[in-house]
Design a protein around this ligand. Structure first.
Ligand SMILES: NC(=O)c1ccc[n+]([C@@H]2O[C@H](COP(=O)([O-])OP(=O)(O)OC[C@H]3O[C@@H](n4cnc5c(N)ncnc54)[C@H](OP(=O)(O)O)[C@@H]3O)[C@@H](O)[C@H]2O)c1
Length: 248
């Protein structure tokens, strides 16, 4: 039986990816900062494991508890929507700790075992903000653009070991708690006065829901990256992201 470890399974894309693979008879190691087995259907193939990707000890314990895995999905991530002048450096560092260094640390933790087995797949969840720049997302976009560059370089050095590396690039998904979490946890200071009118215009445009990404789009893209040997390195997920890259 194939096994997959997914980071950030408490909600949104991670939760949907975990359900998708459970439905298809995989062993799923669903990791969460605050483990809650009841968010997923009961299964003897489901292992809910505690993991904070910014904590080295937590990573070590989770990887040990998981044992050998076929696929790692680096999905955990945090958002930040604000003018750069309104972003304390501590907040910017926190976004990079989770979105960028968390991906690097998790990948480093699973690689020795995959390399010895000469097989495995790493799938990193990026963002369509790296395809089309948007205002008020400079720090978040930088954290994800770094993941893109990391993934592209890593795929070359892991090819000799038969380890596949992929980027799944979702568009905007208003159906997950992502934006609300970002607002609650990282935008307490609000938008600086000088940017208020500009920001109102940006927020207004973001209400357009004609083309969006559903969690299922991301789960299907991750499924393809995990199971299709011909899958390209980068896979857009969701109608809006696909419109930006053209269908692959
Ligand atoms: N929603 C969008 O519009 C969108 C668009 C493009 C890309 N993305 C990316 O897609 C991924 C998933 O986002 P989502 O929309 O599903 O949002 P979400 O529902 O907020 O899920 C994010 C997950 O990451 C977890 N997480 C946050 N910090 C963590 C840490 N230090 N260690 C471990 N887990 C942590 C959260 O866990 P807690 O419950 O413990 O906070 C949560 O389970 C993110 O990487 C995001 O950047 C989202």
């Amino acid at each position: 039986m194939k096994s997959i470890l997914i980071t950030g399974c408490s909600s949104g894309f991670g939760l949907e990816i975990a359900k998708h693979f459970l439905d298809r008879d995989w062993a799923v190691i669903a990791t969460m900062r605050s483990p809650r087995a009841d968010v997923l259907p009961p299964s003897d193939r489901l292992h809910v494991v505690s993991l904070d990707v910014t904590d080295a000890n937590s990573i070590r314990r989770a990887v040990e508890a998981a044992g050998p895995i076929d696929v790692l999905v680096n999905n955990a991530g945090v958002g930040l929507l604000n003018a750069l002048e309104g972003v304390p450096m501590e907040t910017a560092r926190g976004v990079f700790e989770t979105n960028t260094l968390g991906v690097i640390a998790m990948t480093q933790a699973v690689l020795p075992e995959m390399r010895k087995r000469m097989g495995g797949t790493i799938i990193n969840v990026s963002s369509s903000t790296t395809l089309k720049p948007l205002p008020l997302l400079s720090v978040y976009t930088a954290s994800k653009a770094a993941v893109n560059a990391f993934t592209e370089s890593l795929s070359l050095e892991l090819a000799p070991f038969n380890i596949g590396v992929h980027l799944v690039v979702p568009g905007r998904a208003p159906g997950t708690p992502f934006s609300e979490n970002a607002r609650r946890e990282r935008m307490n200071g609000g938008v600086p006065e000088a940017y208020k009118d500009f920001a109102q215009g940006v927020f207004g445009k973001m209400q357009d829901t004609s083309a969006i990404t559903r969690p299922m789009d991301v789960a299907e893209a991750v499924w393809r990256a995990a199971t299709d040997p011909t899958c390209p390195l980068r896979l857009a997920a969701g109608a809006d992201a696909l419109a930006l890259v053209g269908r692959e």
